[in-house]
Design a binder for this molecule. Sequence first.
Ligand SMILES: Nc1ncnc2c1ncn2[C@@H]1O[C@H](COP(=O)(O)OP(=O)(O)OP(=O)(O)O)[C@@H](O)[C@H]1O
Length: 306
Amino acid sequence: MSEYVLRTTNLTKTFKNGVALDKVNLSIKRGSIYGFIGQNGAGKSTLIRIAAGLAFPTEGSVELFGYSGPSETNEARKRIGSIIESPALFPQMTAEENVEANRLLRGIPGKDCVKRTLELVGLEETGRKKAKNFSLGMKQRLGLAIALLGDPEFLILDEPTNGLDPMGVVEMRELLKRLNQERRITILISSHILSELHLLATHYGIIHRGVLLEELTAKELQEKCRQFIHIKVNDPAAAASVLQNRLDTTEFEVMPDGSIQLYDHLEHPGRVSTALAASGLEIEQFMPKGEDLETFFTKRIGGVQP
Ligand SMILES: Nc1ncnc2c1ncn2[C@@H]1O[C@H](COP(=O)(O)OP(=O)(O)OP(=O)(O)O)[C@@H](O)[C@H]1O
């Protein structure tokens, strides 16, 4: 069994107006939640459409579950569920009717999977309500139910949180986490807002103008975006002892220039400055530092923070 559900090699797509994907080598490990992040027009949908078999590359190749031949990848696509663009719903139908219609269209045997998938996304009690009267969050969850028909091992979701309110984003995140952890479904989810993928993705791929700039794990991202209090005092050794003995923390580093990066007590900086001053230390610099997610992303793609 391949370790990867999706791998692309030098994947390139050119349109008349330019290059949408430029030699992209991306890999998604089985069991992961891969956050695919890029601004509008970066190339996310193009890659997703090629992976789902809805478009063809100009050059390069796609490997799905370890298979790379055209007929094998087509066969492998049966193991994928997707929401690409907005989910295709029948507005006049209820949630149950929508899922049933899709089940019949796709020739999936056994009607009991309809109830099961509706329960999975928390839409089992929407009764006679028609899809056209659903909130955007409910519509997205219904789309997810349809994508989950046929028990896919890999879900591909193109901007499923686009337009959702913060509560909707949280609901979607919890739902996707559950599907990943309880059903071991690997997920590729794209977004142009890094913070929407935060707390969900285990891996990230950053794409900009068709180029995959970087792939990194959630842990690596967290380290890059770690927040701290930057402290500069006249006696770093004495300050370190205050932090350990009076503030009971070892979550800090003394940097080569003698400044201290304190990763603890971020919520109570006043306690830190008071303890340092009370020990007779002269505080020269004291300020919160570190990049937030969006700053990291903006810098990475070479842009200027608005
Ligand atoms: N069918 C097409 N014909 C011509 N150009 C296209 C086509 N599809 C995409 N493009 C171009 O390819 C580039 C990448 O677009 P793509 O939709 O993949 O980006 P995206 O990251 O998904 O952005 P968005 O979030 O806006 O959909 C853009 O410059 C876009 O204009």
